[in-house]
Design a binder for this molecule. Structure first.
Ligand SMILES: NC(=O)c1ccc[n+]([C@@H]2O[C@H](COP(=O)([O-])OP(=O)(O)OC[C@H]3O[C@@H](n4cnc5c(N)ncnc54)[C@H](O)[C@@H]3O)[C@@H](O)[C@H]2O)c1
Length: 309
């Protein structure tokens, strides 16, 4: 599988590249960036490590060389300022994003290629990509609440002294201010998390609040998120490459589950070689369904103000 990372010279794109390289599942990684020197430098640095890691082709390229990609990972964009909401980024990022979609389309792409949006505001830009590219809707996905979910699980595990990979708890909705935690299905090692000593209402409130503020906290301390987002991008790419049918909280165009339509948002989604293959509607608490619907309303309000969607 060939993965092209557009914006691959930046922090998120380069961190995704090293995660894809360390895992050794994709066979080809192309770094594409408006800053050619940066793309060349990152690709060269990754290439230097190939002999210690995996037999992959790694290089800096362009849209023409990208046209046989199996997956386009779009991480190009302007970073959020510490006090800026993701949706405030919208007008700054939409123009840049539209140019990238145009470049992909005019160079050409494989019929079954997946377009994977990471740049923020991710749900809005995923919608823009669905509208513009005219691909089957399953082939356009966004990172959605994958990173929020990873942060949530890791912080729960850290706070309760549990193994991070054994904690299963979801954040759904918008990747942004209206995302919400799903406590109804939270487990550790297959048993309800609510039974674990210390996982009381106060802990739950605090750990979700810390998760919500994680993006801003990382931006203000180190300039931008990188490693964890790289890990979740790789997790999603591997679900596609290996046709895992993994249930992930990615963002995709909704077609009716939980009563949601015409909006790209994170709901439980089966991810395989065709991208967002199926939305799974499993019972949630009524307040969680309301949270999902409120998130969808917020995104639809925002969509009304975006030209070209
Ligand atoms: N969805 C998520 O969970 C999530 C998490 C973290 C960051 N992000 C988003 O990822 C994006 C990138 O963040 P970053 O920290 O890597 O920023 P960065 O500034 O480090 O990197 C952005 C890169 O994009 C490149 N670029 C800009 N315009 C381009 C274009 N037209 N074509 C190709 N490349 C172009 C820049 O040269 C730069 O290398 C931002 O939109 C950020 O908000 C999303």
């Amino acid at each position: 599988m060939k993965a092209t990372i557009i914006g691959g010279g930046g922090r998120v794109g380069s961190n995704a590249a090293i995660c894809l390289q360390c895992a050794g599942i994709v066979s080809e990684i192309q770094i594409l960036d408006a800053n050619q020197d940066l793309a060349d430098g990152e690709a060269l640095d990754l290439l230097h490590g190939a002999s210690s890691l995996h037999d992959q082709r790694i290089y800096a390229g362009d849209y023409d060389r990208a046209k046989d990609s199996d997956i386009f990972i779009i991480t190009a964009g302007l970073r959020r300022k510490p006090d800026e909401s993701r949706l405030d980024l919208i007008n700054r990022n939409v123009g840049l994003f539209s140019q990238i979609l145009q470049s992909i389309k005019s160079a050409g792409m494989k019929d079954d290629a997946i377009v994977f949006v990471v740049s923020n505001p991710v749900d809005i830009l995923t919608h823009l990509a669905v509208s513009y590219l005219g691909l089957p809707q399953s082939q356009v996905i966004g990172l959605g609440t994958m990173l929020d979910t990873a942060r949530f699980r890791s912080l729960i595990a850290d706070g309760l002294n549990l193994a991070p990979t054994q904690v299963k708890a979801l954040i759904l909705g918008e990747h942004g201010d209206t995302m919400f935690p799903v406590w109804s299905s939270a487990t550790v090692g297959g048993l309800p998390l609510s039974g674990v000593k210390g996982c009381d209402v106060n802990f739950q409130r605090e750990v979700f609040s810390r998760t919500q503020k994680s993006g801003s906290e990382v931006i203000s301390r180190k300039g931008g998120a990188g490693w964890a987002v790289g890990a979740t991008i790789a997790e999603t790419v591997h679900a596609i490459a290996l046709d895992k049918k993994q249930m992930l909280p990615i963002s995709s165009l909704q077609t009716g589950s939980y009563g949601l339509k015409d909006v790209c948002i994170s709901t439980p989604t089966i991810v395989g070689r065709k991208g967002a293959e199926k939305h799974i509607e499993i019972d949630l608490w009524p307040k969680e369904v309301q949270g999902l619907q409120a998130s969808a309303r917020a995104l639809k309000d925002m969509l009304k103000n975006v030209a070209g969607v």
